[in-house]
Write a protein that binds this ligand. Structure first.
Ligand code: AFP
Length: 322
């Protein structure tokens, strides 16, 4: 089986980026181990602190964030980091070539029920002349991504990543400690009969999304002429992994609970890396109005409404929103 390093070489990934990805994976393997130990090592449960989003941090959020910061700083290839769990950017090596954004443990409330969680990351080039502690270096559209992916801590630990040459799936061989290529160039089926949205927010959605989902729910008798199934993992890594594996549409739309939060998902370390993977797998990713990868960030913790997945179904949804 092909090792991660060999695949990266085959995809002509520059050496410094390969070394950076290797360091990142050292961190993710440690997170995988710590997550697996669970209650045995007292890492479950919450801390008494909140992150910049006003969310109570889980112990594993803090541990995972520290692990990734340590390996990325040590790698020497990273100029600065932006993380869901850090208020500001973290300056690393001023000579480092790359900027890394990450959600160290997406879906961390699932740790309470031993369910899916993961690390989401996005890597871009640093801009000359912008200091390592200046957040404006991160304000680049997703089209500038050099590599993006996630590591899913489930029954298997899996890395799903793209460096712009298709989306590949690797499974961690825990006996050897290597990520091995288990599926290359995955393609999301263009059509689907499965959707993924937190239905409990229905009353807060805008009328166009209400109308789209209502038409899915009437099934065969409605305008879509077929029955739809629904799934919700409550961790974007889990829901997007299903969409990448067998198709589907995933939505976290704008809702009117809090006008300062247009959607729940953060652009830099959730929506954008997932949009990159989905597009590289032949799918589509939109805010409902524009392509996610074209959105120019204005803040490192910016949120965006998100609709992604099977191309024809995303287009069907956009017919309601545009
Ligand atoms: P955390 O990263 O704070 O755990 O949030 C997870 C998440 O942002 C995303 O992974 C899920 O899709 C979404 O929240 C689930 O939100 P609900 O609370 O609406 O289920």
């Amino acid at each position: 089986m092909t090792r991660l390093n060999s695949q990266l070489q085959q995809d002509d990934v520059p050496l410094e980026l390969v070394l950076l990805i290797q360091s990142l994976m050292v961190g993710c393997k440690e997170i995988s181990f710590r997550v697996g130990q669970g209650a045995l090592t007292g890492v479950l449960g919450s801390t008494s602190s909140e992150n910049v989003q006003g969310e109570t941090q889980k112990k594993l959020d803090v541990i995972s964030n520290q692990i990734l910061k340590d390996v990325l700083i040590e790698s020497g290839h990273v100029k600065s980091i932006s993380s869901e769990e850090e208020d500001d950017v973290v300056a690393c090596n001023p000579e480092g070539k790359y900027l890394v954004s990450f959600d160290p443990l997406d879906g961390s409330s699932n740790t309470e029920i031993n369910s899916l969680i993961g690390t989401i990351f996005s890597i871009t080039h640093g801009t000359d002349g912008i200091q390592a502690d200046d957040p404006s270096g991160f304000l680049q559209p997703g089209t500038q991504i050099a590599a993006a992916g996630y590591v899913l801590y489930g029954p298997s630990t899996m890395l799903v990543m793209s460096t712009g040459n298709g989306t590949h799936v690797y499974t961690l061989d825990k006996t050897q400690g290597d990520f091995l290529l288990t599926e290359s160039n995955i393609q999301i089926p263009a059509d689907t009969a499965e959707f993924s949205i937190n239905m409990s927010n229905q009353r807060h959605w805008e009328p166009n999304i209400q109308a789209y989902v209502a038409d899915l729910l009437v099934g065969k008798e409605g305008p879509r002429g077929k029955n739809f199934n629904m799934r919700w993992v409550a961790a974007m890594v889990g829901d997007v992994h299903r969409v990448l594996s067998r198709g589907g549409i995933f939505l976290y739309p704008f809702d009117n609970r809090d006008p300062s939060k247009p959607g729940k998902l953060r652009l830099l370390y959730e929506a954008s890396p997932m949009a990159f993977l989905v597009e590289q797998a032949g799918g589509m990713a939109s805010t409902g109005e524009t392509r996610i990868l074209d959105v120019m960030p204005t803040d490192i913790h910016q949120r965006v409404p998100t609709v992604l997945g099977s191309k024809n179904e995303v287009e069907a949804c956009l017919a309601y929103t545009k």
